[in-house]
Design a protein. Structure first.
Length: 451
């Protein structure tokens, strides 16, 4: 193993990092992770911490999931690659599709279209939504609606429905016909409404107004995360997503649930849509589908959407979209093993139990540290702290302080993620109660250092 300084130097010389300013990476070299086991990662200097980030919301089963590793190795040996473009398929993808059909049956989703990750899945869902309307003879339905603060990946379609300027401004102009409504975030919203249920109604009204303004017949789909993740773990009131479902159905608009984070147990339910009792028309998934061990994703499609395509006789339903790695057999084999482990371990139940402990612990920290403006979560293992320099004005904390907090938390035993003025926690779902304690005490050490 090369030493730390050698690797840092080479990293600075040759690697550009996603979601980072190149100059910032030079000034603050990233942690070099060289190993992991269980829910812990180890850096090049041998320092080991609990991974409060869970890879990137994806390593739900931890880093030592042997059945998944074995499935990948076996599949590589048997059939390392073949495409599933028209004319060929593979046995791994067939088996996976049957398992996914069963897994998502309560969500009303029965067909799978495979991708290489979350952004691909979002792009696929947006495209299929437009095509669905064309197949039905409603080709004017081309626009997309979404939530401000929503995150839908980085392809041009996904960036266009993203609701955070940081992921948009430098890449404009984006796709025309994408419009955003306020997110149901009680801590900050244009209505100054702090009651979650009233706020949900106001946001639903904003959706109704936008549809009326645009004309329902011009809108293809509304896309939303059932619980917003990257935007800072925004948990809508339980009436919100059912309300969106009703409005979409009444207006002939497809509802795409972006469950790249929430599918497979993170919210404490098997899917975020199920958490709110909603059946979407399409669902984008990725991340935990392969536990982060292989780049892979799937768009799950509702029966009625599938039938529209399958019964088409005009040729318009020919799918002119797909990726070289759609249905990759190694990804499919990894996903089969992940699904089996996910169900066997009932990781959703542990996510709910550990998530409740983590959320309660963060609320206790809020009582002690003024820098915590808002604590969000309470549904599985996805939590965020929004940090402020002043609770009254809610002005964002300065960057140096939040970075220092992250650094001290890391030295004290936990990797946490900083995104804007949020500290985001999305640990593996196989976390123990004592791991939760480690995360909380490490964060507390961080607050002590900046207070
Ligand atoms: N949608 C959501 C809801 C996500 O959280 C993410 C990634 N964090 C994406 C899409 C994009 O996924 P990927 O980074 O795998 O392309």
């Amino acid at each position: 193993m090369k030493d730390s300084n050698f690797l840092k130097e080479k990293n600075a010389r040759s690697v550009w990092h996603p979601m980072a300013h190149p100059a910032d990476c030079l000034a603050n070299p990233p942690t070099i992770v060289t190993g992991a086991h269980g829910v812990r990662i180890r850096d090049v200097d041998g320092h080991e911490v609990v991974d409060g980030v869970g890879g990137l919301w994806n390593v739900n089963l931890g880093f030592s999931c042997q059945p998944v590793k074995q499935a990948i190795a076996d599949q590589l040996e048997r059939l390392p690659y073949y495409s599933i473009f028209r004319g060929t398929t593979n046995d791994a993808v067939i088996e996976l599709s049957e398992l996914l059909r069963e897994f998502f049956e309560p969500d009303g989703l029965s067909r799978a279209f495979y991708t290489s990750g979350g952004s691909d899945s979002v792009e696929t869902a947006l495209r299929l939504a437009r095509q669905y309307h064309k197949v039905r003879g409603e080709g004017t339905r081309t626009k997309f609606l979404s939530l401000k603060k929503g995150y839908h990946g980085t392809h041009m379609g996904g960036a266009s429905v993203n609701g955070n300027a940081n992921f948009r401004t430098q890449y404009e102009p984006l796709l025309p016909g994408c419009h955003h409504i306020p997110a149901p975030l009680t801590y900050r919203n244009p209505f100054n409404e702090t009651d979650p249920e009233k706020l949900a109604q106001l946001c639903l009204q904003a959706l109704e107004d936008e549809i009326a303004f645009q004309g329902a017949g011009t809108i293809a789909a509304f896309i939303m995360e059932p619980i917003l993740g990257a935007g800072g773990v925004i948990v809508p009131h339980e009436t919100f997503m059912p309300g969106v479902r009703e409005i979409c159905t009444r207006n002939g608009i497809l509802l795409i649930a972006d469950e790249v984070i929430t599918a497979f147990g993170r919210s404490g339910s098997w899917s975020g849509s199920r958490h709110w009792g909603v059946q979407p028309d399409m669902m984008s998934t990725a991340k935990a589908i392969t536990n982060g061990y292989f780049p892979f994703g799937a768009v799950m499609i509702a029966e009625h959407v599938a039938e529209t395509f399958e019964k088409d006789t005009t040729g318009k339903a020919n799918i002119g979209h797909g990726y070289t790695y759609s249905g990759h057999p190694v990804g499919a084999a990894a996903a089969i093993a992940c699904l089996e482990e996910t169900k066997r371990l009932k990781v959703n139940e542990n996510a709910a139990a550990r998530g409740a402990e983590l959320f309660a612990g963060l609320q206790t920290l809020q009582e002690k540290y003024d820098a915590i403006g808002d604590v969000r979560g309470g549904h599985g293992l996805m939590c965020a702290l929004e940090l402020v320099s002043d609770r009254g004005t809610k002005a964002a904390i300065d960057k140096a302080r939040i970075n220092r907090l992250q650094e001290v938390a890391y030295q004290s035993g936990a990797m946490v993620r900083v995104s804007g003025n949020n500290v985001i926690l999305s640990p593996p779902l196989v976390l123990t109660a004592s791991d939760v304690e480690t995360i909380l005490s490490s964060i507390e050490a961080g607050f002590q250092a900046i207070t």
